[in-house]
Design a protein around this ligand. Structure first.
Ligand SMILES: CC(C)(COP(=O)(O)OP(=O)(O)OC[C@H]1O[C@@H](n2cnc3c(N)ncnc32)[C@H](O)[C@@H]1OP(=O)(O)O)[C@@H](O)C(=O)NCCC(=O)NCCS
Length: 158
């Protein structure tokens, strides 16, 4: 299977924070942000794998660094940063923007593992990914350490 450039999977989404998405302090629910993260990661992985069905195998730890309020916009950006045989690591960054002041803040960032599913409902191989820019290469080169960390976490008794 022919490898694909990392930038080919790049996906950007903008979401307006609306009252039903927020708590009584007008701050967006963390679960809502997670749903957006999962959605964009799915689209990004589908683009790379060129498959209609991908599933979320795991979401690495998510730290919420700042909040977003009603009327702010969330800008999400995602890329496939590395691949295994059937899995893809997807990096997602979420920024919030106050449209009146123009102030931008990093809300959160996370890595997800998405798995491509074949027509038989089983994991199916994906193309390798080729990083080009310095930033892309950094994500790619640090991916094996994150993959190992996930493996160790999965082995940890609960
Ligand atoms: C993810 C899933 C497809 C893995 O199936 P499986 O039978 O364990 O298949 P495999 O062991 O062949 O694993 C497939 C790939 O997933 C990766 N994987 C499996 N579990 C993982 C986990 N918890 N975290 C990260 N990667 C994982 C494997 O490393 C493998 O990657 P590789 O092919 O690149 O080496 C299966 O557990 C599943 O369907 N889970 C539910 C997914 C879902 O419904 N998500 C939505 C929210 S509930």
């Amino acid at each position: 299977m022919e490898a694909r450039l990392m930038k080919e999977s790049r996906t950007i989404q903008t979401k307006l924070v609306l009252p039903p998405d927020t708590n009584h302090m007008n701050s967006i629910f963390g679960g809502k942000v997670l749903a957006y993260i999962d959605e964009i990661a799915g689209i990004t992985a589908m683009k790379h794998a060129r498959r209609q069905v991908v599933v979320t195998a795991s979401i690495d730890s998510v730290d919420f660094l700042s909040s977003a309020h009603v009327g702010d916009v969330l800008e999400l950006e995602a890329n496939v940063t590395s691949t295994g045989r059937t899995s893809m690591e997807v990096y997602v960054r979420v920024k919030s923007k106050n449209l009146q002041t123009g102030e931008e803040r990093l809300t959160t960032e996370s890595f997800l593992t998405m798995v491509a599913m074949g027509d038989d409902g089983k994991p199916t191989p994906v193309a390798a990914v080729i990083p080009e820019s310095e930033g892309e290469k950094r994500f790619f080169e640090t991916a094996p350490a994150r993959r190992e960390h996930r493996k160790q976490r999965a082995k940890t008794p609960r």
